[in-house]
Design a protein around this ligand. Structure first.
Ligand code: FES
Length: 105
């Protein structure tokens, strides 16, 4: 793994299909990466604030992911759980540089 001031170089953008979450391990943390339909790349902790569901396996709709365990709807922009549920998942900055995804953990 290649660490720069931009963050950790994770993978090629072209290798991350849109709307399919992918788990990556960075500094011992399980991170869920998402390539949204608008082209943005988002990274959140791969652990639902409810009962640690693996968010990388959730269904993506727009800027939201639905947890695969109990269907909580979570913003991939702010990390906030949408009503009527409550909570927040940690988010991480991402950058695309020369076609590669970098995540700051
Ligand atoms: S663990 Fe995610 S909704 Fe329950």
């Amino acid at each position: 793994m290649n660490i720069t001031k931009e963050g950790v170089k994770v993978m090629k953008l072209a290798d991350l299909p849109k709307q399919i979450g992918k788990e990556v391990m960075i500094n011992g943390k399980s991170i869920a990466l998402f390539h949204l339909t608008n082209g943005d790349v988002r990274a959140v902790l791969n652990s639902c604030p409810h009962k640690n569901g693996p968010l990388a396996e959730g269904i993506v709709s727009g800027e939201f992911v639905f947890c695969p365990l109990h269907d909580w709807k979570i913003s991939l922009v702010t990390g906030e759980v949408q009503k009527p549920d409550n909570g927040c998942v940690e988010t991480f900055d991402t950058q695309i540089i020369d076609e590669y995804i970098y995540v700051t953990v």
